[in-house]
Design a protein around this ligand. Structure first.
Ligand code: ZN
Length: 480
């Protein structure tokens, strides 16, 4: 038996906070209450003056992703270990099949890579092409492999981009299966054209990257995906919402009663597009990711979306490339491998900018860093909750602790930190994963291969009833 007792802290869940001890036995939370007695041999963690929260869930990472001619440098061990050091105890990564590659082949390949994970993980599976075998494999993934979400890239033309035919077919299939479609919303045709036009203007450096992907490119794709989802009656989750245009599209759709969910990256909340005008290529290129960082005005809008509940989750899109890899785009910004880090920093950055500023309560912080993701992807309350029976994935959080973020002290293997020099107040002091202390006051004890694959069951949608309802309501819609 392994047991850990967290004593004297304030438990923060998405719905409330209260003083309680938390007892973890054999990987599960076995008791939450006052003055808990621990069995002999129990390890005790003193959480006096601190918060005890569900471990962070990062619903958007790309560990060891093969992309743009290279491979992201944090593998599943490095990346999940960095996450544990920052209080994040689960990730949902992406299986991204090449066009024409069978989904099941890609899924098995990624599952193999992820065996070295130090934290629990799941996968969204990307639909990058369409035929009957894709439709069949989606069914196998949902019914047998614990996948309940599918990703669609509306950008990256001539690579992994989905056309509308694929979007429509895949969304429809997701609905039948009770799975959640998700989209990277950028109009890939516009990006393709603008990349060439910006290059023709003689702009080849990283400053061309945001010029080729303006906010309306994201807004268009978000609106289109939302409209397709509305017609089909399927919910939709939009990853890395970075700008007013797409955040507004989500808010409007929700006001009409549509189930639309939005994710925001920690980076987009605190970093603006001035980073691309840094004359140092390495520093500017290190920030190249899509969608790009935006002018400052967009940040406040994203915070308000999180406050209002029109945006729901936060992530990182952790996908890191070193300077020598980013140098592939020395003569053309379009060839810079896209991706930035943040899995270790996400919680502290959002606490500091969100809770310390009064934008978020601690419970709202838990909602957007953990609980909402668990709910939307159907693993709540196994994850995302400090409650009896839940997985013992916890972070003990010192709201008074401070830290200066730096590449010198990070655990990620990449040679850059997009939050370099940022001073944050509010840091993890202990991280518990599967009931074991894996991080304690600067000491990381991540164990290669200890992370489990977490199956996510489908949603209980009655497809036949829904079709019937569509028939009943259709004439009204026409009459209106
Ligand atoms: Zn991504």
């Amino acid at each position: 038996m392994s047991a850990v007792l967290i004593r004297g802290g304030t438990v923060v869940n998405a719905d409330r906070q209260f003083r309680a001890d938390v007892l973890c036995i054999d990987g599960k939370i076995s008791a939450v209450g006052d003055d808990l007695q621990a069995p002999a041999g129990t390890q005790t963690v003193d959480a006096g003056g601190q918060y005890v929260m569900p471990g962070g869930i990062d619903p958007h990472t790309h560990m060891q992703l093969p992309f743009m001619g290279t491979v992201a440098v944090d593998d599943f061990f490095d990346g999940t270990a960095a996450g544990l050091a920052g209080g994040t105890t689960s990730i949902i990564d992406f299986v991204i099949p090449d066009p024409k590659q069978p989904l099941m082949d890609a899924f098995r390949m990624w599952r193999g890579w992820a065996e070295k994970s130090a934290a629990d993980h799941g996968f969204h599976v990307a639909v990058t092409w369409w035929d009957e075998s894709v439709k069949r494999d989606m069914g196998t993934l949902v019914q047998h492999e614990g996948v309940n979400s599918f990703k669609h890239f509306m950008a990256y033309k001539n690579a992994i981009m989905c056309d509308d035919e694929t979007l429509v077919n895949s969304f429809r299939r997701a609905l039948e299966l009770g799975a959640m479609p998700t989209v990277h919303a950028e109009n890939g045709e516009l990006v393709f054209l603008l990349q060439q036009e910006v290059a023709k203007m003689g702009i080849t450096g990283p400053e061309g990257h945001p010029l080729s992907r303006p906010p309306m490119v994201e807004g268009e794709a978000a609106n289109r995906a939302i409209a397709i989802a509305d017609v089909l009656g399927v919910p939709i989750y939009i990853v890395h919402v970075s700008c007013i245009e797409s955040a507004e599209a989500i808010a409007r759709a929700r006001a009409r009663g549509q189930r639309v969910y939005g994710e925001v990256l920690a980076g987009h909340l605190v970093t603006d597009d001035s980073v691309y005008r840094n004359p140092d290529f390495t520093a500017a290129a290190a920030h190249v990711m899509s969608p790009p960082f935006r002018p400052k005005t967009h940040q406040e809008f994203l915070w308000r979306g999180l406050q209002a509940g029109s945006l729901h989750t936060t992530a990182t899109d952790h996908c890191v490339f070193c300077a020598d890899q980013k140098a592939a785009g020395k003569d053309s910004f379009a060839k810079i491998p896209n991706g930035c880090g943040g899995i270790e920093e996400r919680l502290a950055v959002i606490w500091d900018a969100g809770v310390n500023s009064g934008r978020l309560t601690p419970s709202e912080f838990v909602a957007i860093t953990s609980a909402n993701t668990a709910r939307i992807f159907n693993i709540y309350p196994q994850k995302g909750s400090v409650s009896v029976g839940a997985d013992a994935d916890l972070v003990v959080w010192d709201p008074q602790g401070t830290k200066t973020i730096s590449v010198k002290t990070q655990h990620s293997k990449v040679d850059f930190n997009i939050f370099e020099g940022l001073q944050v107040k509010g840091v993890p002091t202990t991280t518990i994963s599967q009931g074991k202390v894996v991080y304690s006051n600067g000491e990381l004890r991540a164990v290669r291969g200890s992370g489990r694959y977490i199956k996510r069951p489908p949603f209980g949608i009655d497809f036949d009833a829904m079709k019937l309802r569509a028939q009943v309501t259709a004439p009204t819609a026409v009459a209106r």
